[in-house]
Unconditional design. Structure first.
Length: 163
């Protein structure tokens, strides 16, 4: 059975595509291709159909991550097919939980940085869109740090399914 993860930010052109690319690479490195599907979406549809922000693409490529992406808006009906919905900040967390039709759907929503023990109480990944390139680099660092814990959690879940 395939485990499905969707990363969600505001417009689906900066943070969530970055998280999607990094986590997809981690899944491949862990040999979990075919067992885990990774995608992303935005809470809004402002950029639907557009590629990722060029700064996101540049930072991903410089760090040897894939960068093919087309933005789309998260749909409440997706909860039924997803195992985990990863919000990039607390505003996304609230928006996604409001979209959830059941308590089970709401329980699928988690903050990405909750998987990074070094994050402390600040669990938001800041939006780099209105800033300079440094914000995109910082975003990547946060995503990479949290991806280690997220991969461990997904792997644990998969092993529980196999039992």
């Amino acid at each position: 059975m395939t485990y499905r993860v969707c990363f969600v930010c505001t417009g689906n052109i900066c943070r969530s595509p970055m998280a999607e690319s990094v986590f997809r690479a981690r899944i491949a490195q862990a040999g979990l291709d075919g067992r885990v599907e990774v995608d992303s979406a935005g809470t809004g549809g402002w950029h639907e159909g557009e590629p990722a922000d060029p700064r996101t693409v540049a930072v991903l490529r410089e760090h040897d991550y894939g960068s093919e992406h087309i933005a789309r808006q998260f749909q409440p009906s997706w909860f039924s097919r997803l195992d985990l919905v990863i919000a990039l900040d607390s505003g996304h967390l609230k928006a996604l939980r409001r979209l959830a039709r059941t308590e089970q759907d709401a329980a699928k929503v988690r903050l990405l940085r909750s998987y990074d023990p070094a994050a402390g109480d600040d669990l938001d990944v800041p939006d780099p869109y209105y800033g300079g390139r440094d914000g995109f680099e910082e975003c990547l660092e946060m995503v990479e740090a949290a991806s280690t814990g997220l991969l461990a959690a997904v792997r644990e879940h998969l092993e529980g399914r196999a039992a």
